[in-house]
Design a protein around this ligand. Structure first.
Ligand code: PAF
Length: 281
């Protein structure tokens, strides 16, 4: 069933809530791929009603060209979801239904998580993500919401958002799905040429190398190694590489045995921005 307004969604969700059903929610920006489908499949396993939103949220884009070029394939998305399960509620809102009057983000304090990595490079991005998810969680009223670990910083921020806004939603992180060449699945991959798609495997290969060498190599040496790998490849431009503490997302300068670390990369293939990450210990 496809629903276009928050009112209809709210009514539907409330009717299920009253029947004591479990509502699972998968927010997406569409251009669905197997990574999204794995989230929806998990939601279907764990809930009696699943809502999938498809909405390219303008307030989380700090670059208007990126927003304009973001792939939009609503018909394909709807048939993919219907094929998977005909009972899924597909929520496809219009901008004006969610943002009355001005299309503006609220400002959130996520305890510093927003100032690291993506936050440094995409100003206001997490305010936009928080604004739309805050709205969606109140409209859909889910018990559980599912997010991919490809956007690991987003996942941590959403957990923080539900805590600060006191939203009774359990947030589940799901593993990254990869193409056969290792590239993390992403809607943005649809914009890559076949050549860029092949070259972008460097991101995965570099993360794998960092993971393999993490135990025996200093963080400074790993930073230098990654810079070198990208310098050797003229087709990909490294925006950042960070080894960060998984909880605080703060850049790690030195390893501490009791902490968990993850490596994060953002890189450009032409004007297409790709991100990926991998656990290290
Ligand atoms: O990860 C995404 O696709 C978006 O950031 C989300 C969570 C759907 C919010 O617009």
């Amino acid at each position: 069933m496809v629903i276009h307004t928050q009112k209809e969604t709210l009514v539907k969700a409330l009717s299920f809530r009253n029947k004591n059903e479990k509502i699972g929610f998968v927010p997406t920006m569409g251009a669905l791929h197997k990574g999204h489908i794995s989230l929806v499949a998990k939601a279907l396993e764990e809930n009696t009603l699943v809502v999938v939103s498809i909405f390219v949220n303008p307030t989380q884009f700090n670059n208007s060209a990126d927003l304009e070029k973001y792939p939009r394939t609503p018909e394909d998305d709807i048939s993919l979801l219907k094929e998977l399960n005909n009972d899924i509620i597909i929520y496809l809102p219009e901008i004006s239904d969610l943002y009355e009057g001005s299309v503006l983000a609220k400002s959130y304090n996520y305890g510093g998580l927003e100032n690291e990595m993506e936050g440094k490079h995409r100003s206001g991005h997490f305010d936009g993500v928080g604004t739309i998810l805050d709205k969606f969680f109140r409209i859909v009223n889910p018990d559980t919401a599912y997010f991919g670990e490809k956007d690991f910083q987003q996942l941590q921020i959403v957990k923080k958002l539900t805590a600060i806004e006191k939203l009774p939603v359990k947030i589940i992180g799901c593993p990254i799905l990869r193409e056969p060449n290792g590239l993390a699945m992403s809607s943005r991959n649809k914009r890559l040429s076949p050549k860029q798609f092949d070259e972008a495997t460097l991101i995965y290969k570099t993360l794998e190398e960092v993971q393999a060498k993490f135990r025996t190599t200093s963080i400074a040496d790993l930073n230098a190694l990654v810079a070198e790998r990208f310098l050797q490849n003229p087709h990909l431009e490294l925006e950042y590489f960070e080894i960060a503490n998984e909880k605080t997302l703060k850049t790690a300068k030195r390893k501490n045995k009791s902490s968990k670390y993850r490596a994060f990369i953002a890189a450009f293939a032409g004007n297409i921005r790709l991100i990926d990450n991998m656990p290290l210990n």
